[in-house]
Write a new protein. Structure first.
Length: 95
């Protein structure tokens, strides 16, 4: 799958989706995402000062369709807007 990366992201080969439980509006919900998406969601939540549950709830409130797909698209959007960098780290602050 290409050259290896020297960053904190999980390796890309043979990544099986992982099921985790999150709480949204007081209800436990199971989500299945690949480990790199869980890693990036945790990074985004930390950068925004939110819990992972709060970040997932915010995406859930705005989504149309499947929550797992909405979360993947959310992570992609964070890369496109520069909130996440290709190295898997937070983008530098402007201030």
């Amino acid at each position: 799958m290409g050259p290896s990366r020297d960053d904190a992201r999980p390796p890309l080969k043979a990544i099986a989706p992982r099921k985790r439980s999150v709480t949204i509006a007081g209800h436990a919900t199971s989500l299945t995402l690949e480990e790199p998406f869980w890693h990036d969601l945790a990074t985004i939540a930390r950068h925004r000062g939110l819990s992972l549950n709060a970040l997932v709830a915010a995406v859930d409130a705005e989504r149309r369709g499947n929550l797992s797909s909405a979360l993947r698209l959310f992570v992609l959007d964070c890369y496109r807007r520069g909130e996440l960098t290709a190295a898997g780290d937070n983008a530098p602050d402007d201030g």
